[in-house]
Design a protein around this ligand. Sequence first.
Ligand code: CU
Length: 159
Amino acid sequence: MRSLRLAPLAAVAVLAAACSSGGAPAATNPIASPTATPSGVASPEAASRIDVMLSDQLRIDPAAMTVPVGRPVTFVVTNKGTTLHEFVVGDQAFQDAHDQEMMAGGGMSMSKDEPTAIGVEPGKTKELTITFDKAGTTLAGCHVTGHFAAGMRAEITIQ
Ligand SMILES: [Cu+2]
């Protein structure tokens, strides 16, 4: 009567083989877990990210920001308006140069992003990472025609 028991056992063996051949590689991944960071704990990286809003009221919010010297700072810039805005970081001379560039271009925005200047389409969010190498103050501004003059700027304190 042994032959009656062989059939179900063979079926189990086939099923087990099918399962292990499909699932084995995903079972262990030594790279995935050790780098997990505890949630809810502020890290130095988190402190160097600043959320910035650009609006059709021609404002950069916050209008004053403080950033560290010598460490990368990522500005997470959201345009919540319905027209293009820019986030151009640099001193007054740099801002003036961008304003002139804008007028020379007939009011058109920058044709491409630069290391410290981005254009942000309506409803979009873009990141700009800058390392400030010395303490002091600098500016952020939007140079779509008339915006900077209307007050679309922010002061950045580096310390
Ligand atoms: Cu603007």
